[in-house]
Design a binder for this molecule. Structure first.
Ligand code: F3S
Length: 283
């Protein structure tokens, strides 16, 4: 039986880099270690790190209480205020912000200083978007829906700079940009979408179309894993959503010639390897 594991399964470049930085710090002897927000949405990783002494904090108030230690900023990034607070408290900073997100921070900082009104296409409650907003001089407009794009009003003769959340859907971004363009503002549109999610979905679809059974690994709450599952299910009836190897052990998969495996962005490599080994040995 053939087993095909997606090359893009699991952590993207930015998340992998961030997780490695936390483990490197945890293995050192640098005193208390904190991540500003969970480093990834994966309970087993966060728990494992907790056992190594890494605590999760999530608010400026919690930061203000810290007397010493290291604060790690996760791949989503944070606004300028959080950097300032870390410095004021005399804490050590480890910046694991994804370089693609850092690039957006630099764009909005520069463009807003030059007087452009920043428009972020994305979800205003997402930590990445909150971080981007935190680098704008003045306020930023956040747009996620067609209605919000239609209702966008900024002062007359304003110049815009439009950027996107890295994980935003490309087609939706283009549609929203078109609506904004119709308003006739002088706009500098910079597509800052990262291709990692698209590539993972495209590869999953290709593998599922060839597979007799498809296994999708990821947390139940992970929206990108749910999306992967939907994509695969459309192309392969025998698609299974598992969180860990345990779920697979309790699943009866019909005999097939080819099994495909993919995983969401917060699935550790270790779980993917375990599943792959199990499929090769047991099926
Ligand atoms: Fe990942 Fe960075 Fe892209 S965190 S999804 S590589 S923006």
């Amino acid at each position: 039986m053939k087993v095909t594991v997606a090359k893009t399964a699991g952590f993207c470049f930015g998340v992998k880099r961030a997780v490695e930085k936390v483990y490197a710090e945890a293995d050192g002897t640098g005193g208390p270690i904190y991540t500003y927000g969970p480093i990834i949405h994966n309970e087993s990783v966060v728990k494992d790190l907790e056992e190594r002494g890494v605590r999760v904090i999530g608010t400026p108030a919690e930061l203000e209480k810290l007397e010493r230690g290291t604060v790690i900023i996760r791949s989503h990034g944070v606004g300028r205020d959080i950097y300032r607070l870390i410095e004021e408290r005399g804490l050590k900073l480890v910046d694991a912000t994804c370089p693609f997100v850092l690039k957006i921070h630099r764009i909005v900082e520069k463009e807003s200083r030059a007087g452009r009104q920043i428009v972020i296409i994305g979800n205003r409650n997402h930590p990445e978007v909150e971080g981007i907003m935190g680098w704008c001089e003045g306020t930023a407009e956040v747009i996620e829906t067609k209605e919000e794009a239609e209702n966008l009003t900024v002062k007359q003769n304003a110049k815009l700079c439009v950027v996107s959340q890295t994980t935003f859907n490309n087609n939706k971004f283009k549609n929203l940009v078109e609506i904004i363009a119709e308003k006739g503002y002088d706009s500098n549109v910079i597509n800052t979408i990262c291709s990692a999610t698209d590539e993972r979905q495209r590869e999953a679809a290709e593998i599922a179309a060839q597979a007799g059974a498809m296994i999708v690994i990821g947390g139940r709450q992970s929206s990108n894993t749910q999306k992967l599952f939907e994509i695969c299910k459309k192309r392969c009836e025998n698609t299974y959503y598992i969180q860990t190897l345990k779920d697979l052990e309790q699943t009866i998969i019909p005999p097939v010639d080819c099994v495909g495996i993919t995983a969401g962005a917060s699935t550790p490599n270790q779980i993917i390897k375990e599943v792959q080994k199990y499929v090769r040995n047991e099926f």
